[in-house]
Design a protein around this ligand. Structure first.
Ligand code: CUA
Length: 337
């Protein structure tokens, strides 16, 4: 909860990664821009209705107030069966509703449109799977699996457009990166889609926008938009199996002997489970626990020691490791670059 509050208020809490406010009024990608336009139109129409209705109520209260010398409960003259009034308050709202439906349908179709854009755009396909409470990020074309951080190439200079296939492993989640796109739900046994075209390199913050359980507020996400060459370098590194650093051999053996491998995968080792985030290149990520902590050696040690302290209710248990075991595990994970 504090993480979400800090996210909104731009307050830094100890141990947490840096957060900046993602300003929904400064859309950068096309879907977010069209969504903001729709929001503005809806606000203008509903705001006008609010002002008119409010003004009529205030006027009526003032016009028909009890004047000095008047008896209580004196009804003003009543109107029955006026065709003009009936027509006006039937036709007008229907027109307004149809305008809103038409505009919404057009924009939703544009945002969800799953067919690749016309040339010369290049399409990157990313599968995003919502879990309680983290994001699984898959790049089928590269054989890359990572978590909570989506690297994409920028659009300007590359014509790249990134398409998301949205799925869920458990309950309904919702993708929302305010400056790029969203909110689009990730629904079990259903496939949704959306796309982004971030114009410039940068880190765009997002979060889950559909209540999905106790740690919904700590289901944070970052989109890292990079120059195409940087993105290719990142993807090439992620596609490689885990580094086998001889200096961390004992840590690796310990990791493979513990129940860590019942949930996590480290490609190239015995760890092949995909219940929790893939750890093959853990050290390339900026945060731990889907944005709860900055990814530093100290935080990593604290997190493994007692995840429930930082993310109460999360599905990773405290493993009750000794200090020495903890040091070995952290030393091993630190090699996963
Ligand atoms: Cu996932 Cu809220």
């Amino acid at each position: 909860m504090w993480e979400a509050l800090a996210f909104l208020l731009q307050v830094q809490i100890p141990g947490a990664p840096e957060h900046r406010v993602a300003d929904i009024f400064k859309p950068l990608a096309s879907p977010a821009a069209s969504e903001l336009n729709m929001a503005k139109l809806t606000l203008a129409i509903t705001g006008a209705i609010f002002v008119v209705v409010g003004a009529l109520i205030v006027y009526t209260m003032w016009r028909y107030r009890r004047k000095p010398g008047e008896r209580e409960f004196e009804e003003p003259p009543q109107v029955y069966g006026s065709n003009q009034i009936e027509l006006a308050w039937t036709v007008l709202p229907v027109l307004i509703v149809f305008v809103l439906i038409g505009v919404s349908a057009r924009i939703i179709r544009g945002v969800e449109n799953a067919s690749p854009p016309p040339a010369p755009n290049v399409t990157l396909h990313v599968t995003l799977i919502g879990h309680q409470w983290w994001w699984e990020v898959r790049y089928p074309a590269f054989g890359v699996v990572t978590a909570n951080e989506i690297h994409v190439p920028v659009t300007h200079g590359s014509n790249y457009v990134t398409y998301f296939r949205l799925e869920s492993a458990d309950v309904i989640h919702s993708l929302w990166v305010p400056q790029l796109a969203g909110k689009t739900d990730l629904i079990p046994n259903r496939e949704n889609s959306t796309w982004i075209d971030p114009p410039q390199p940068g880190i765009y913050l997002g979060n889950c926008a559909e209540y999905c359980g106790t740690q919904h507020a700590n289901m944070l996400l970052r989109v890292v938009a990079q120059e195409p060459a940087d993105f290719q370098r990142w993807a090439a590194n992620e596609a490689r199996p885990a580094v086998n650093d001889p200096s961390a051999r004992s840590g690796r053996a310990l990791f493979e002997s513990l129940s860590c491998i019942n949930c996590h995968a480290v490609r190239g080792t015995r760890a092949q489970a995909n219940f929790g985030p893939d750890l093959t290149h853990l050290m390339t990520r900026q945060t731990l626990g889907a944005g709860v902590l900055a990814n530093t050696p100290e935080n990593l040690r604290n997190w493994i020691n007692d995840p429930q302290r930082y993310k109460p209710g999360c599905l990773m248990p405290a493993m009750k490791l000794t200090d020495q075991e903890l040091n070995q595990i952290v030393a091993y994970l630190e090699t996963l670059k």
